[in-house]
Design a protein around this ligand. Structure first.
Ligand SMILES: *Cc1c(COP(=O)(O)O)cnc(C)c1O
Length: 381
C-alpha cells in the first residue's frame, strides 16, 4: 500500500473489544493474567502497551522497516542508541548535529570515556579517511539542524560498513515522507516525533526503526531496561499526527520553496540555506535521496544584531524553539536551540536565523516576513 494509506491504517485495526475505529489510549500500567505467565502479550506497560504497539507498527511501516521502537523523546531515543556503543569506542558525528545531541555526547558520554569526532558535512565526501577499526557508529543528520547540510547517505553507509560501523540517520527534518534512510543503506533511523510526525506542537516523543533483527532485539531490551518510554496518550497524539503527515508535508514543502526563493532576493539576507535551491551545495544529493526538500529554511543576515532583532519582529512566525508544527516558527539558533554548541567544533553562526515554515497561507507568511525583514535602521524610524 502507498504511504498515505499506511499512515492511516497500518497497525491501527478497529479496537477488538468495542469496534472503536481509533486505537484507544490504553491508560493502564499493568495487565491481568489468566494464570502465571499467561497473558495476551502485555504484562507491564513499561515493557509494552497496545497504544505504543500501534504507533511502533505504523511508524516502522512508514520507514519501510520491520521493527520500530518508541521513546519518551528524541533524546530518550538518542541516549538509548548510545548504549550500542562501549566506552573507548569511537562515534563519528556530523559536526552541526542537533545541539541537544552535542550536549549529551560532550557532557554526558565523553566524561565516561566514549570517543566522539565531529566531521563537517563536506568531509563526509571522503568519510573513509576519517574512520578506523575502532569506529563503532556514524551519526548523520541530513538535512542537518540548523545548517541544512546534506550528506550522501548511501556513500556514507558504504564507507562505514567497510570498517564495521553502524550508520544512524536522524531523519527528523526530512520525515519518512521525504526520505527513507534504511533504503539508502543506513542501519538505524531516528526521529524526534516532537516535530513533523506529531506535527501540532503538542507532544514530545522519539522513535527508532531498523531492519536488523539483532539490533531490534537489543533495542527492545534497552527500551524496557533503560525505561525512556512514551506514555499512551503521547503515543496516541503521534499516531493521530501521522495520519495527516503526507498532506502536511506537501504544504510545508510548497510554502518553504516559495519562501526560500523570495528570501534569496532580499537585500538584508546574505545567504539562504535550503536544499531545494540550486545554490545549495547539497542540492544534487538531496534531489537524489529525497522526494522533496522539506519545510526548514535557515538564512544569514549581515550581523548578529540584525538577526536577533528580526526574529522578534515577525508576528505569524512566532519566536520559539522546536519545529515541524502546522504553525510557523522563527528562532535564533546561537542563542536558543544551539546555545549549547557555543564552544563546540561547530558553533551556530551568530547571524543565523532558522525558520520552521508552517502550513498557513504562503501569502500571509510572505507579508509577515516582508514587514520584519526591512533593515534595522529603517525600522527604527
Ligand atoms: C528536536 C530534535 C532532536 C531531539 O528531540 P527531542 O524530542 O526534543 O528530545 C533530535 N534531533 C533533531 C534533528 C531535532 O530537531
Amino acid at each position: 500500500m502507498d504511504f498515505e494509506t499506511r499512515a492511516i491504517h497500518e497497525g491501527q485495526e478497529p479496537d477488538p473489544a468495542t469496534g472503536a475505529i481509533i486505537t484507544p489510549i490504553y491508560q493502564t500500567s499493568t495487565f491481568v493474567q489468566d494464570a502465571v505467565g499467561e497473558h495476551k502479550g502485555y504484562d507491564y506497560a513499561r515493557v509494552a502497551n497496545p497504544t505504543r504497539t500501534a504507533l511502533q507498527t505504523a511508524l516502522a511501516s512508514l520507514e519501510n522497516a520491520e521493527h520500530g521502537v518508541a521513546f519518551s523523546s528524541g533524546l530518550g531515543a538518542t541516549t538509548t542508541l548510545m548504549h550500542l556503543v562501549n566506552p573507548g569506542e569511537r562515534v563519528v558525528l556530523i559536526a552541526d548535529v542537533y545541539g541537544g545531541v552535542y550536549r549529551m555526547t560532550s557532557q554526558v558520554y565523553e566524561p565516561k570515556g566514549y570517543l566522539f569526532d565531529y566531521l563537517p558535512a563536506a568531509a563526509f565526501a571522503n568519510l573513509a579517511e576519517h574512520l578506523d577499526g575502532n569506529t563503532r557508529m556514524v551519526w548523520i543528520e541530513s538535512p542537518s539542524n540548523p545548517m541544512l547540510n546534506v550528506v550522501d547517505i548511501r556513500a556514507a553507509a558504504e564507507a562505514a560498513h567497510a570498517v564495521g560501523a553502524l550508520v544512524v540517520v536522524d531523519n527528523t527534518f526530512a520525515t519518512p515522507y521525504l526520505q527513507n534512510p534504511l533504503d539508502l543503506g543506513a542501519d538505524i533511523v531516528l526521529h524526534s516525533t516532537t516535530k513533523y510526525l506529531g506535527g501540532h506542537s503538542d507532544v514530545v516523543g522519539g522513535f527508532v526503526a531498523t531492519n536488523d533483527p539483532t539490533i531490534a532485539e537489543r533495542l527492545f531490551f534497552l527500551q524496557k531496561s533503560l525505561g525512556a518510554v512514551p506514555g499512551p496518550f503521547d503515543c496516541w497524539l503521534v499516531l493521530r499526527g501521522l495520519k495527516t503527515l503526507a498532506v502536511r508535508m506537501r504544504q510545508h514543502c510548497e510554502n518553504a520553496r516559495t519562501i526560500a526563493g523570495w528570501l534569496e532576493e532580499q537585500p538584508i539576507v546574505t545567504e539562504v540555506l535550503y536544499p531545494g535551491l540550486e545554490s545549495h551545495p547539497g542540492h544534487a544529493i538531496a534531489k537524489r535521496q529525497m522526494r522533496d526538500f522539506g519545510g526548514m529554511i535557515s538564512f544569514l543576515t549581515e550581523t548578529e544584531d540584525e538577526a536577533v532583532a528580526l526574529v522578534a519582529r515577525t508576528k505569524l512566525f512566532q519566536l520559539a524553539e522546536s519545529l515541524g508544527g502546522v504553525e510557523s516558527l522563527i528562532e535564533h539558533p546561537a542563542r536558543m536551540t544551539h546555545a549549547s554548541t557555543a564552544d563546540a567544533p561547530f558553533a551556530a553562526p551568530r547571524n543565523l536565523v532558522r525558520l520552521s515554515v508552517g502550513i498557513e497561507s504562503v501569502d500571509d507568511l510572505l507579508a509577515d516576513l516582508a514587514s520584519a525583514l526591512v533593515p534595522a535602521a529603517a525600522h527604527a524610524k
